[in-house]
Design a protein around this ligand. Structure first.
Ligand SMILES: [Zn+2]
Ligand SMILES: [Zn+2]
Length: 140
């Protein structure tokens, strides 16, 4: 895989890139994502940590706890401009969840799964073609 995707926060202080196809594109309607994104949901591109290049030292972390899982979330953001950039989930330590709006090219994005549908705003349309979970992803 030589395909490299790039992105950055609003001010550009934090840049990142990753290679290869994402593991998943997931829309999250949980209350924390609504508040953090300021957009009433978040779109997250899950990529293997091994495929991601980012200067972690430039990011600050705000820790939250998953409502259902009880697991820690590291919500990493740019301290200069406040953009949320990456979330790390303790129960999926091999993946980084990139906030899709920070990608340079967003034209290819297509949600494959949505979680916390039960707290979605009523005006956010539902695509019956994708997997939808009322709350957190059930661990298989
Ligand atoms: Zn920034
Ligand atoms: Zn969420």
């Amino acid at each position: 895989m030589t395909d490299t995707k790039t992105g950055h926060c609003l001010c550009g202080a934090v840049e990142y890139s990753f290679t290869g196809d994402p593991a998943m594109v997931a829309q999250c309607h949980c209350d924390d994502c609504q508040r953090q994104s300021g957009a009433c949901f978040s779109l997250n591109v899950a990529v293997p940590l091994a495929a991601l290049t980012v200067d972690d030292a430039k990011l600050k972390t705000y820790g939250t706890t998953g409502t259902d899982s009880g697991q820690p979330r590291e919500r990493r953001f740019c301290p200069e401009c406040g953009s949320p950039v990456i979330t790390l989930l303790a129960e999926m330590p091999e993946l980084a969840f990139i906030k899709a709006g920070t990608l340079d090219d967003r034209s290819w994005l297509q949600p494959q799964v949505e979680v916390w549908r039960e707290s979605a705003q009523p005006w956010v349309g539902q695509d019956d073609a994708i997997g939808s979970f009322p709350r957190d992803l059930q661990q298989a």
